[in-house]
Design a protein around this ligand. Structure first.
Ligand code: ZN
Ligand code: ZN
Length: 160
């Protein structure tokens, strides 16, 4: 959001981020460092994604190239467009005319989402009270199997 920071990060990093929807019909590529990576806890994002919170990565529009397909758009409120894949329904983007010339991509669309760490949050006041981004991770498939069997994992951790 800070101009100096954006200039600095663009100069230091030269990166390519590939993204796609679940069915792969929509593919895009972003070049250069993102402008920012942030959580959004607003209710609109929650409804669009179905997830309790979203993480967005912002790229300047001229840094993004469509490789295939197109992002379908829905105007969710005045000046706000939500992008998705019309075929598979993947939640892909949000753009706001108050932040022109940039598009906010849902971080999960990118191949290297692990490198896109959020540094803050929009609408923290709308955060679901039980949402905890520091929650202790489940231990993979065995935990999933336990949940499927209706058993809650014991609160004692197996590793510490
Ligand atoms: Zn798709
Ligand atoms: Zn939001």
């Amino acid at each position: 959001m800070n101009g100096d920071w954006a200039t600095f990060s663009m100069a230091v990093m030269s990166e390519t981020y590939d993204g796609r929807c679940l069915c792969s019909e929509v593919r895009f590529r972003a070049e250069g460092a993102p402008k920012w990576v942030l959580w959004c806890h607003c209710e609109s994002c929650r409804r669009h994604s179905g997830a309790p919170a979203s993480v967005f990565v912002s790229f300047a529009d001229d840094a993004v190239t469509m490789i295939s397909g197109e992002i379908a758009k829905f105007t969710s409120s005045a000046g706000v467009e939500r992008g998705f894949c019309a075929r598979c329904g993947s939640t892909l983007t949000c753009s706001n005319e108050k932040l022109p010339e940039e598009t906010h991509f849902h971080v999960g669309a990118f191949e290297r989402a692990d490198e896109l760490t959020p540094t803050g949050a929009f609408f923290a006041g709308e955060r679901l009270p039980w949402f905890n981004d520091r929650a202790r991770p489940f231990a993979g498939l065995s935990a999933l199997a336990q949940v499927a069997m209706g058993r809650r994992r014991n609160s004692k951790s197996t590793k510490s």
